[in-house]
Ligand binder design. Structure first.
Ligand SMILES: [Fe+2]
Length: 215
């Protein structure tokens, strides 16, 4: 796999299509500086092979996210069929997950997730790196940060929000805390990748009771 060039983070969001949410839930625009060429078509097995190479060669989560961004973009534009690989949101739950790739004892999960308008996700971290690409609809991300006080060690406060439109890709560090909701009357369809979750460190937060519980 070719080496990526050094990337840069800037404050000039402009028309940015890539965002990274750090462990303090600050979201920052990211502008890839690399023009990489890919085989055409960029099939799922090639993507998985490249992903495997990144995971093996890049131990730091932040750099992993940066290096996986172009792979995700190429996959979704080259293997267009993937964008149709989702289940309609469950009427009861308001969401659905279609697993695209999962292998026992391998630190990678790839899913297509659909959310109904009016449905808000729990506030959660992932306890692993994650990347989400918006395929259709518009998704509002709400970002939260731990702000404990003497009485409430699991207190959080909202620190930002960002609306993703189709073509946007966002990366999450393991301790980033967010909730998502469709921001229009259309369902949102997202392509999601997660590393190996440390379930003991994955929480769902209650911003009113100031509590957190494993999920
Ligand atoms: Fe999430």
């Amino acid at each position: 796999m070719p080496e990526t060039k050094e990337k840069q983070i800037t404050d000039d969001a402009g028309e940015c299509e890539h965002w990274i949410v750090d462990n303090n839930s600050s979201h920052q625009p990211y502008f890839p500086s690399e023009e990489r060429t890919f085989p055409e078509p960029y099939r799922l097995y090639r993507f998985l092979t490249d992903l495997d190479d990144v995971l093996a060669s890049t131990p730091a989560d932040y750099q992993r996210i940066q290096r996986i961004f172009p792979l995700v973009r190429q996959l979704l534009t080259s293997s267009y069929w993937l964008q149709m690989e989702y289940n309609e949101p469950s009427p009861q739950l308001g969401w659905s997950v279609k697993m695209l790739y999962q292998e026992p004892d391998y630190p990678l999960t790839i899913q297509m997730v659909a959310w109904s308008p009016g449905k808000v996700s729990p506030i959660h971290n992932h306890a692993t790196w994650g990347i989400v690409a918006l395929v259709s609809g518009e998704e509002k991300n709400n970002f939260w940060r731990r702000s404990p006080d003497a009485q409430h060690p699991d207190r959080i406060t909202k620190v930002g929000e960002h609306i993703l439109v189709p073509g946007d890709i966002i990366g999450f560090m393991p301790e980033a805390i967010h909730s998502v909701e469709p921001s229009t009357d259309e369902p949102t369809i997202t392509f999601n990748i997660y590393g190996a979750t440390d379930f003991a460190q994955r929480y769902e937060f209650d911003p009113v009771k100031h509590t957190a519980k494993n999920f």
